[in-house]
Design a protein around this ligand. Structure first.
Ligand SMILES: Nc1ncnc2c1ncn2[C@@H]1O[C@H](COP(=O)(O)OP(=O)(O)O)[C@@H](O)[C@H]1O
Ligand SMILES: [Mg+2]
Length: 404
């Protein structure tokens, strides 16, 4: 009998979105077809310690972290190319110190250290195929400044913005305020460049609020972006699935806000402050109140879906991403606001509404991971010749070393 492909679903992480990632992962593990795949759940704690164990598959168990960690096994991967073993930290007296062999990794992580290329880089070292964006696409997609620079260069519409570093702010807040006010007119919105889930984001209407908002934002990030605030905002999200060569857009959704900006509560607690009654336990992005498909004029839907694919390609993405748009209802202009390279709940609800089940989505993500691995194996990463075996006089390779 052919053994099943073992999928390491990795989640948690040193990110403000640690809990949301747990919810994404639990939903994903429930969706994976276990006739075909084995699942190894791997949780990275907020302190950065890795654990495996069946107890990680139930959200209730996360209420008592100490108990959960005690029930699980601490594990690690070695950054050695070709080693796909997940090792036990506490080596048993007898038997193997290998907890699992991972054929492919499905990252269900969100936010800093997780969605920004750091994690992807660590996995690249092992050579284990992994789903979703590679290091480059993850890093570019995470930083709201870099992302907007690339999109603007690709002629994809983004809202007017300016940016600066925390050091510039600490050195001279007056100069920064002057630069912002010279470039953009109030109202504005201040964001840490690489945070997520609306953390550290504030809409501002005057100088006093601007200063307060930046003081808050610098506690989250080294880089700050300030954008024009779209006052009559309609938000539309669209997911893209595939890879750089071949990808498709899902139907669009319109998430429903309770305040000026889509808050953490709107996203994960089903309506935030404004919602009536007790808030049920969050189910991650599944909890957002939304309209699917979004009711939009046909031409806007088409523009958004085409631009979502262009954005995915401009940032060289793989896997599933969600591209968030802003429509300025004052003049009908449409902008890309941001890309989420590992979207909450992997955007399964958008794919279900597009005719692809969550199970099929996980299967596609795993296939894309294997395909990238196959494609990259054809690229040259080292030369067979050993440069040290060439003498400097008359050797083929010697010329190239000149001046180094
Ligand atoms: N330029 C803008 N004008 C108006 N509202 C905005 C603007 N940018 C962001 N928002 C609001 O703030 C929310 C969070 O901003 P976003 O850039 O998506 O950051 P995050 O990565 O935290 O989701 C958006 O969903 C939207 O409601
Ligand atoms: Mg967002």
């Amino acid at each position: 009998m052919k053994s099943k492909i073992n999928v390491g679903v990795i989640f948690g992480g040193r990110s403000v979105e640690n809990e949301i990632s747990v919810l994404t992962a639990i939903q994903t593990m429930e969706a994976i077809n276990t006739d075909k795949y084995e699942i190894t759940p791997i949780y990275i704690s907020k302190q950065g310690v890795w654990y495996t164990g069946e107890a990680l598959r139930k959200s209730d168990n996360y209420k008592n972290m100490e108990k959960l960690q005690a029930e699980c096994q601490e594990v690690y991967l070695r950054p050695i190319y070709g080693d796909n073993c997940l090792y036990k930290v506490r080596k048993p007296m007898f038997g193997s110190d290998v907890a699992a062999r991972l054929d492919v990794i499905l990252p269900a992580l969100h936010g800093t250290n997780c969605e920004d290329g750091s994690f992807q880089g660590a996995i690249e070292m092992t050579g284990i195929p992994y789903a979703g964006c590679n290091v480059l696409a993850s890093a570019n997609g995470m930083d709201k400044i870099t992302m907007k620079m690339i999109l603007a260069q690709s002629r994809i519409p983004v809202i007017d913005y300016t940016w600066f570093s925390d050091k510039e702010w600490f050195d001279s807040s007056e100069r920064v305020v002057e630069k912002v006010e010279k470039t953009l007119a109030y109202p504005l919105i201040v964001k840490p460049a690489d945070s997520g889930s609306s953390v550290g984001i504030t809409a501002v209407h005057n100088r006093e609020e601007l200063i307060e908002a930046i003081d808050n934002a610098v506690s989250y990030s080294k880089r700050i972006i300030v954008e024009k605030l779209v006052e009559k905002l309609k938000e539309i999200n669209c997911s893209v699935l595939g890879n750089y060569y071949e990808c498709e857009a899902s139907v669009c959704e319109a998430p429903i806000r309770s305040g000026e900006i889509l808050s953490y509560a709107d996203k994960y607690l089903g309506g935030g402050k404004g919602s009536k009654g007790a808030v049920k336990q969050s189910e991650g992005m599944r909890s957002t109140v939304r309209e699917i498909p979004a009711r939009l004029p046909e031409k806007d839907t088409e523009f958004i879906r085409t631009t979502a694919v262009e954005t995915f390609k401009a940032l060289a993405c793989d896997g599933v991403a969600r591209i968030d748009f802003m429509i300025d209802e004052a003049d009908g202009k449409i902008f890309v606001n941001e890309i989420n390279t590992i979207p909450g709940s992997l955007s399964f609800y958008l794919w279900e509404a597009s005719g692809i089940s969550f199970e099929q989505l996980t299967e596609r993500l795993i296939e894309i991971a294997f395909q990238r691995k196959r494609d990259s194996s054809f690229k040259t990463t080292s030369y067979k010749e050993n440069i040290f075996n060439y003498t400097l006089s008359g050797a083929k390779g010697a010329k190239g070393t000149k001046g180094r």
